[in-house]
Design a protein around this ligand. Structure first.
Ligand SMILES: C[S@@+](CC[C@H](N)C(=O)[O-])C[C@H]1O[C@@H](n2cnc3c(N)ncnc32)[C@H](O)[C@@H]1O
Length: 223
């Protein structure tokens, strides 16, 4: 890989970790195109019921909160993202739900979640755990903010899918299902189930199409 290509690939990797500056909007729009299928898959796996409180970690520009609201009635949604640019965009993109008090977005990192203990029925994150240097610090916080019996949904691309993407060499922690389940169990969670996507669309990057398969790994907080 020549120097410029390597620089661009590293830039994409760091933007995916934390969209920032002039590229933030472009990166967020590309993620929306690429990850809508995985959002729908995760939302259907969550089997959302009326009146739930749900936290999304790493919502980027908040494009998919509408789809979660459509899944059931009287939901209270919360979001946490550590990119100021993303929090600003997501706030602009979801003004009505925020004004109604049904969506609360915060700037911050998931290893220090700014919500009280036992707050949520469900917590989920999509394409986020790759960037956690010490997963235990994040999982401890997620466990704390879940209600007893609450569930945590981790959606990730399968290892075989992610390693094909050139940017994944730079700063991505890539897990198999077994590796992530082991980490969840070492951090108090009960493992419940893993679901795999079927017929996921290919992802296009720079004119190349990559075959994608993803997982949603479901774990629970003890009652
Ligand atoms: C690769 S993007 C995924 C965005 C979206 N979930 C999707 O799948 O299209 C990762 C997002 O998670 C956020 N993020 C990464 N690490 C985070 C952390 N420790 N705490 C909060 N947000 C984080 C980033 O700012 C970014 O918006």
């Amino acid at each position: 890989m020549n120097f410029i290509k390597k620089y661009l690939t590293k830039t994409i990797a760091s933007q995916l970790r934390k969209p920032s500056g002039l590229l933030a909007t472009k990166v967020a729009n590309k993620m929306n195109q690429t990850n809508g299928f995985l959002y729908d898959f995760t939302i259907s796996t969550m089997e959302i019921t009326d009146n739930e409180s749900i936290l999304e970690i790493g919502f980027a520009n908040g494009n998919f909160f509408d789809r979660i609201f459509s899944a059931s009635n009287n939901l209270k949604l919360y979001g946490l993202d550590f990119s100021p640019e993303m929090v600003k965009e997501a706030t602009n993109n979801n003004q009505a739900a925020i004004a109604d008090g049904n969506l609360i977005l915060k700037l911050g990192s998931s290893d220090k979640i700014p919500f009280p203990d036992n707050s949520f029925d469900k917590v989920f994150c999509i394409n986020v755990i790759y960037f956690w240097e010490k997963p235990a610090d994040h999982l401890k916080e997620i466990y704390r903010v879940l209600k007893p019996g609450g569930k945590f949904y981790t959606s990730i691309r399968k290892k075989e899918s992610l390693v094909q993407m050139p940017f994944s060499k730079y700063g991505f922690n890539i897990y198999t299902a077994a590796e992530w389940i082991n980490i969840l169990q070492l951090n108090q969670f009960n493992f419940l189930l893993t679901l795999k996507t079927e017929n996921e669309p290919d992802t296009e990057l720079d004119g190349t199409f990559y075959k994608m398969e993803s997982l949603c790994i479901v774990a629970g907080k003890k009652v």
